[in-house]
Design a protein around this ligand. Structure first.
Ligand SMILES: *[C@@H]1O[C@H](CO)[C@@H](O)[C@H](O)[C@H]1NC(C)=O
Length: 314
């Protein structure tokens, strides 16, 4: 155990991104634009789906949840990053750091669970089109969302409590732009074996199981299309799945590159660039992937904004 007579760390310093000072303003503007785009894009999706009753289907309700999750996920790190880029002392209080870690895990997991729910929804829509409305009932959708919230709350709480047990001694500089769990573990002067074990096991479960479920859904979709191959069936499956597949690839692509590719000497820089990818770029792109490719969303945009003069009746 670390000595009891050491003063406990009450705040951390976030070292931030390795940006040279001449370029600071440029990057600040870039990140600000990206963050504002993320917030507006996702709010627009939530707003459209809420207002347009034709989009009150499981697929769009999950998408609306995904947008909410993207919005929150990016808001966990971006405002603090932007604030710290402008401040002299980029500090974060100890409790703030743990809170950030909790919500980072929470919304990151939520994203992955929602992608599974969406894959299952596409699987039912393509393989059992006639039973779609009975299988994907509002009750099932709500249960899937509630189950995800329950599980990820436990997961995020487990890691946060395990982190709260650790002691932090002299070194309080986090070489990252947010309170990243592995960066915090490296700083700690307690024994972190239990934490590492739990991260390894839970990380495996939380990443690998959803990934396998998604792969299984798509394998079933592909095999059901191949049984009765027709140009129309393929086109229909492709048009309903392509957006989801693009989002899944973006999300898991980053995770796989981050965790499975061997890291070089400058691994902190690589970690940070990849973290930028999934905290900023992915949440920003998701609304575009869904709205640009999607006729329903464009239709909703037209319907919602072109009948502005009459009050909404949903
Ligand atoms: C999330 O999904 C549930 C279940 O389909 C739905 O009732 C709820 O309105 C959605 N929440 C948001 C913010 O879209």
């Amino acid at each position: 155990m670390a000595g009891r007579n050491q003063t406990a760390v009450t705040e951390f310093l976030l070292q931030g991104l390795p940006i040279e000072s001449e370029q600071k303003n440029l990057f600040y503007a870039l990140f600000l634009v990206m963050y504002v785009t993320t917030v507006l894009g996702n709010l627009l999706i939530i707003f459209l789906i809420r207002l347009d009753s034709q989009l009150h289907t499981p697929m769009y309700l999950f998408l609306s949840n995904l947008s909410f999750s993207d919005l929150c996920f990016s808001s966990v790190t971006m405002p603090k990053l932007l604030h710290n880029m402008q401040s002299q002392v980029p500090s974060i209080p100890y409790a703030g750091c743990l809170t950030q870690m909790y919500f980072f895990l929470f919304f990151g997991d939520l994203e992955s669970f929602l992608l599974v729910a969406m894959a299952y929804d596409r699987y039912v829509a393509i393989c059992f089109p006639l039973h779609y409305t009975t299988i994907m009932s509002p009750k099932l959708c709500l249960s899937l969302v509630a189950l995800s919230w329950g599980l990820i709350r436990l997961h995020a709480m487990l890691h946060t409590l395990l982190m709260a047990r650790l002691c932090f001694c002299a070194d309080n500089v986090i070489p990252h732009f947010f309170c990243d769990m592995s960066a915090l573990l490296k700083l700690s002067c307690s024994d972190t074996q239990v934490n590492e074990l739990v991260i390894f096991i839970m990380g495996g479960l939380i990443v690998v199981i959803p990934f396998l479920l998604i792969i299984t859904s798509y394998a079933r979709i592909v095999s059901s299309i191949l049984k009765v191959p027709s140009a129309r069936g393929i086109r229909k499956a492709f048009s309903t799945c392509s957006s989801h597949l693009a989002v899944v690839s973006l999300f898991y692509g980053t995770v796989i590159v981050l965790y499975l590719c061997p890291s070089a000497d400058n691994s902190t820089v690589k970690d940070m660039v990849m973290a930028m990818m999934y905290t900023v770029v992915t949440p920003m792109l998701n609304p575009f992937i869904y709205s640009l490719r999607n006729r329903d969303m464009k239709g909703a945009l037209g319907r919602v904004f072109c009948r502005k003069k009459t009050p909404f009746s949903v």
